[in-house]
Design a protein around this ligand. Structure first.
Ligand SMILES: [Mg+2]
Length: 232
């Protein structure tokens, strides 16, 4: 193994507080003067445009949702709503307790690291100020790449940036949106990380995955060392 590719939410981060994002959506709706339920529904319905970069900024995401609702919002209101979302995301991307130490340990083993996150433009915006920025060699954000997991092209692009073959990569994720099967299809060695206490969302492989699984990131260096030295 020469590289480790990580998912972000529920993998490098602790289990995401879905209620916090729901509260943020209600506050965003208030900021732009929209009905909270209608705003929340339209926000969910705009998944594709937010994740594939069609809406290239958080402000564009909010504006697009307002337009879908036929609601006019002033730029100041769009900005306020965007900041509510960005602040919520900033709190949600805090690393698991063992994340930063594990990333350093993997580097110490001579492994390169990448991120593939299905995310909206708030994540590349806040990324440079996160503890991950100095610890991940190649971050790929779906909204910047115009590709989302489990499209094979985004995994292959990560490998190109890392200059490694997919078969020399470990992919670690919580299994959202079929990301583990996607990694497996391009030939990556794939590991599920569990998210205790969190109900698996729709299209998650959390409960159906029959491959290798870990409960904590700190288990990774030991597992991969075996693979590096050919012991397993
Ligand atoms: Mg995830």
């Amino acid at each position: 193994m020469r590289a480790v590719v990580f998912d972000l939410f529920n993998t490098l981060t602790p289990p995401v507080d879905d209620a916090a994002f729901k509260t943020a959506r209600i506050e965003m709706a208030r900021a732009v003067g929209a009905d909270p339920d209608a705003f929340s529904h339209a926000w969910s319905a705009s998944w594709r445009e937010r994740y594939d970069g069609t809406f290239p900024t958080v402000q564009a995401c909010v504006r697009g949702v307002c337009e879908a609702l036929g609601a006019h919002a002033e730029e100041a209101a769009i900005e306020e709503a965007s900041q509510i979302r960005i602040d919520c995301a900033r709190r949600a991307v805090r690393p698991r307790a063992d994340a930063v130490a594990t990333l350093a340990r993997l580097r110490g083993l001579g492994l390169r690291t990448a991120l593939i996150s299905n995310c909206i433009p708030e994540i590349p915006l806040i990324w440079p100020a996160t503890p991950y920025a100095g610890a991940i060699d190649e971050p790929l954000f779906s909204c910047e790449e115009g590709l989302t997991k489990p499209d094979p092209a985004i995994y292959l692009r990560a490998c190109e940036r890392l200059r490694v073959d997919p078969t020399d990569c470990v992919f670690v994720g919580d299994g959202a949106q079929g990301e583990l099967s996607g990694a497996q299809r391009v030939g990556m060695h794939t590991i599920l990380i569990t998210t205790p206490g969190r109900t698996a969302p729709k299209f998650s492989e959390q409960d159906s995955w029959r491959g290798e699984a870990i409960d904590a990131l700190s288990e990774l260096p030991g597992l991969i060392t075996g693979a590096v030295t050919g012991d397993v």
